[in-house]
Design a protein around this ligand. Structure first.
Ligand code: GLA
Length: 417
């Protein structure tokens, strides 16, 4: 989903992502500004509530979440803010500070269908629809103002962030206290799959719902069991490089990759008992791969299998404090995504290959679905300036336009603010 930013708001965003350097409590400041905007649009009074859900970055474990494999994402401190108030009728009124030119977009609880012209509102509408599908009663309309400070279309999951913030708001406003955060994640995924037509896995919504400050989530997508793993970077930081190549999952080859994996799995099931590619070791895969009757599908499946094993190893390395090996596994992940899974593209390859050449880079890879979007690098703090300068220059020289860089912090999951 594309979120364009106006200058006025970009200022707050910069403050909020610059490690809080210019702002003591960016969330409070942004919330206050947004409530002011909400009141000027929809009127004062009533029970106005505020919520936040982060974006996420996946450190390793890419395209494994729909293959019953492991992922290792973390929530960020940037994300989506929602200011919401119930209405007495069944109308829905949406406004995004990121799309001010679109003005207020109206809809109704009696018209919860996905429509191209509904643009970004398809995400919150999809979640309201999904609550109904799951048997939860949403019996009155709402005024909803959103604002996101996740770099747009970047692969840091702005859409899942909107889905989770909507879920958290609905649970609170309609007193649906029995709904767990895991269920909010699942409802978000359900809405993305069934309402918005993207066959995504559970990683994004799960990381965004369950995130914890300074922790990454080691999630087994086969059964949703997970553990938090501390990201104790002492002299390093997580640096995101946004390629500025716009993409949306809907128009990418995401669904095609998923179908290729499903087909490879069903071919393997002719010769071995297996419920998901993530169940296989590399040795098992090598022993049975000839059951997959296409070279391309073999490579897709090999990525799913090796990436899952790399993710398990990477988390073990982090636990042992072996950041260097963790970084090497990140690099290997990118190579597999580039050569076997073919989801990187020249922009992400240019960023990662330039990053690998820099001093102080522990590891660098594409993150998210691919086909544009972002890379994630772990960079020694004293090398960040030269990293941004050199990678930025190499990218511009090669691709023709600039990349954006963000030094991010690991934050908490979706919540009322
Ligand atoms: C997108 C999807 C996730 C996951 C990643 C790739 O972000 O939403 O479910 O499949 O791509 O790892």
């Amino acid at each position: 989903m594309y979120i364009g930013l106006t200058t006025e708001w970009r200022y707050d965003i910069l403050k909020s992502i610059n490690n809080g350097e210019c702002e003591v409590n960016p969330i409070e400041t942004i919330k206050k500004q947004l409530i002011g905007k909400f009141e000027s649009l929809f009127g004062k009074g009533g029970d106005i509530r505020a919520y936040f859900a982060p974006g996420r970055v996946n450190l390793i474990g890419e395209h494994t979440d729909y293959n019953a494999g492991h992922v290792f994402p973390c929530a960020l401190t940037i994300g989506t803010y929602a200011i919401v108030r119930k209405r007495t009728d069944r109308n829905l009124r949406f406004y995004s500070v990121n799309f001010e030119h679109l003005g207020v977009i109206s809809s109704s609880l009696d018209d919860l269908t996905a429509a191209r012209e509904a643009g970004w509102t398809n995400y919150p509408k999809g979640v309201i629809w999904a609550f109904g599908q799951k048997g939860y009663v949403i019996d009155c309309g709402m005024d909803i103002l959103l604002y996101g400070n996740i770099p747009n279309g970047s692969g840091l999951s702005s859409s899942a962030s909107v889905e989770v913030v909507t879920g958290v708001a609905l649970r609170d406003l309609f007193g649906l206290t029995e709904i767990t955060m895991t269920e909010i994640a699942l409802i978000g995924q359900f809405s993305e799959n069934k309402f918005n037509g993207v066959n995504c896995g559970i990683m994004d919504q799960f990381a965004i719902a369950m995130g914890k400050k300074d922790m990454a989530i080691f999630l087994d997508t086969a059964d949703l069991s997970f553990v938090y793993a501390p990201i104790c970077l002492k002299q390093e930081k997580i640096v995101i490089a946004c390629s500025n190549k716009k993409r949306g999952l809907g128009d990418s080859k995401y669904n095609e990759r998923r179908a290729e994996c499903e087909m490879a799995l069903s071919e393997l099931q002719n010769v071995i008992e297996v419920n998901g590619l993530g169940e296989l070791t590399e040795e098992q895969f090598e022993a049975h791969k000839d059951a997959i009757h296409s070279e391309v599908r073999q490579r897709r499946a090999r990525h799913a299998v090796t990436e899952n094993q790399r993710t398990i190893r990477a988390v073990a390395c982090l636990k042992e404090g072996n950041l260097e090996e963790f970084g090497k596994l990140m690099n290997a992940s990118h190579i597999s995504l580039r050569d076997d899974y073919e989801v990187t593209g020249k922009e992400l390859d240019a960023l990662v290959e330039a990053a690998w050449k820099q001093d102080g880079v522990i590891g660098s890879r594409m993150t998210g679905a691919g086909f544009g979007g972002c890379t994630v690098s772990i960079v020694r703090e004293d090398a960040i300036d030269s990293f941004i300068q050199n990678v930025g220059k190499a990218y511009k020289d090669q691709i023709g336009y600039a990349a954006d860089f963000y030094v991010v912090e690991v934050g908490d999951g979706g919540r009322a603010i």
